[in-house]
Design a protein around this ligand. Sequence first.
Ligand code: SF4
Length: 461
Amino acid sequence: MRVYKKEFERLKNARSIVRSRFPQLGVNKKQEITRLLYEISKKDAAPPLSIIPDLDSNDFNKAKRLLLKRRYPCAHLANEISRPYLPKIKLDPSAILDLKKTRFYPKRIFVERSALRSRLANRFRDAFPEAESLEIKSLKDYLRKNRTFKIAYYNKRRDTVFITEENHDFFKTCPCTKKAVRCGYHIFNLSFGCIFECTFCYLQEYANSPGLVFPANINRFFKAFPSYKRPRMRIGTGEFSDSLMLDHITEYSLEIVDFFKKHKDVFFEFKTKSTNIDNLLKIGHAGNIVIAWSLNPQVIIDGNESFTPSLKERIEAARRATEAGYKVAFHFDPVMYFKGWQKEYEKVIGLLFSAIKPKDIAWISIGTLRFNPRVKPVIEQRFPANKLLDEELLPGFDNKLRYPGRIRQKIYDAMLEMLSRHSKNLRVYLCMEDASMWDKFTSASGGCKPLPLVLGRDNIL
Ligand code: SF4
């Protein structure tokens, strides 16, 4: 709450300065100047008043230009501030997420009528005997009667689990992002929502369910798969959830690994930040299962991935997976830009290769921080002390907020160079970048082999 008070005070000061110095401005212009003052003050740890002593209050355009230059110095130099995103700023104490580490223990388990006797429903009831178990006609029906999008409710979604039957939405090609080069990934659309609370998570704005959703009928996915299958495709869970976060309860991995023994020409990927791999370690696999971890420096994990295992724990889990004969993959995603970022990522890469042999790595992706602009006010309200929004994030080629192009390129070049010090035979790809960034990346690939743009075109393992 102390953080909220500090940020609320900052916002109050910024608003009052704008009211007294720019009384003639309309609502929208006042809003823009207020946001810029607030953001600069937060980023530079300077009182809002110290930021505008020389601003000419009669010239809005000039004042805005000066503030933008200070707020986005790198983008200003590269002439990349044509469309800054400056919505009204709002802070609300009821929207702040309580970051005390708590064990996941839902209060309610809603089960669709058709899944009442399912094994999955029983496993959840057994794992959480104190949770209330309730029957619902269907999730769709429940949402029709109870739908609400308030951030405060989103913060409570870990209290609620839905056990459903999925009948339609089994697989899809990864939607990627507008105008980006696609990596050809396919989504096995199993479960929705996550118990981890990453500050940057796009689900904060995207999720419209007041709980975590787990289908009880994975067999329907398997039945539907042969007609969706493409040879040598790469498919996986973990797009709208974390693949393994509750695998000790769902036991999805046991059935998936068993099923994909019959489809050896397909790569199945579990994407996770967890270390919940005991099921995978005890089951035999056919060599086409890839377990992937998303990695970040510990300082970023501490500040942004609150309920997840540490970097060392993730790498140790990956090492154990390779001992069991699994291929592993790593997603440097989102790579965060901050003072000292390069040294921190160098440490992560060093730690990774001290435990994992390059030959066991199926692929590595790199993607810098980006999100839909609608996520920004959600992050501000849920995590008022966040540092990630202090960096320069502006609408990019796909209208998502991104670092300026020259920062992203610097990151990709440096990451490739650091990776290639450990092996020249890594398969590396960019996540959600446009063709021009890909071209620069391919020509600077430092000996690493960028993946073919459509996986499956070549033999990649
Ligand atoms: S682990 Fe992934 S899905 Fe879960 S909160 Fe973090 S970013 Fe979102």
